[in-house]
Design a protein. Structure first.
Length: 202
């Protein structure tokens, strides 16, 4: 696959972005749209997309390679980023900000549709697992590291409470459990869940 082939595959995503820009320029869309669409994606679309992909994925056959390799990568990335903030002599505040900015990527909003366009449904399933691992480590270890680097003591209770409010993580946990143990859902439930989940996929 050449770079032109890859660009052609993700071109529809850029056309959707252009359509959004055009609607704002024509004053059809408003700022309220951003709030509503973001909340839908965060609380409904992306969690259901993750849940349905894990629910339908044969996790027992999938293996642990992606889980283990990405966990190691995230831990190493956090450690290296923290070390660099010390080596480069960032101030406490700057060091904490750099840690969060360097480690937090837009891997769900953009990563899901791009991976599905380029690699198909299998690519989307892998992207869901990678995003889930990254999200878990970011909202635990990375935030704790940023708090420590900024000169404070990591507030474990606050971190855990924050994690409990992230729908994506709950969707991943429940979807992984149901997918691993092959717990069936009635077709009348699966169909509307798929329809809602598809709204967050290109």
């Amino acid at each position: 696959m050449t770079i032109f082939d890859a660009f052609y595959l993700i071109l529809p995503l850029f056309l959707i972005i252009f359509l959004g820009w055009l609607l704002f320029r024509l004053h059809v869309a408003t700022e309220q749209w951003i709030k509503v669409l973001n909340e839908f994606a965060f609380y409904v679309g992306l969690p259901l997309l993750s849940f349905m992909n894990l629910y339908t994925l044969d996790l027992q056959a999938f293996g642990n390679a992606v889980l283990i390799s990405n966990s190691i990568f995230m831990i190493a990335a956090i450690a290296v980023t923290v070390a660099l903030t010390f080596l480069l002599r960032f101030s406490r505040t700057s060091g904490g900000v750099v840690i969060l900015c360097a480690l937090f990527g837009n891997i769900a909003y953009m990563g899901y549709p791009v991976n599905e366009m380029v690699f198909g449904k299998d690519g989307l399933s892998v992207a869901v697992i990678v995003c889930s691992i990254s999200t878990f480590f970011f909202f635990t270890l990375a935030i704790a590291a940023a708090q420590y680097r900024a000169g404070g003591n990591p507030d474990l209770r606050a971190v855990l409470l924050h994690i409990a409010k992230i729908p994506l993580l709950w969707a991943v946990v429940i979807g992984a459990i149901m997918g691993y143990f092959r717990i069936p859902l009635p077709a009348v439930v699966v169909k509307p869940l798929n329809m809602l989940a598809s709204a967050s996929s290109a």
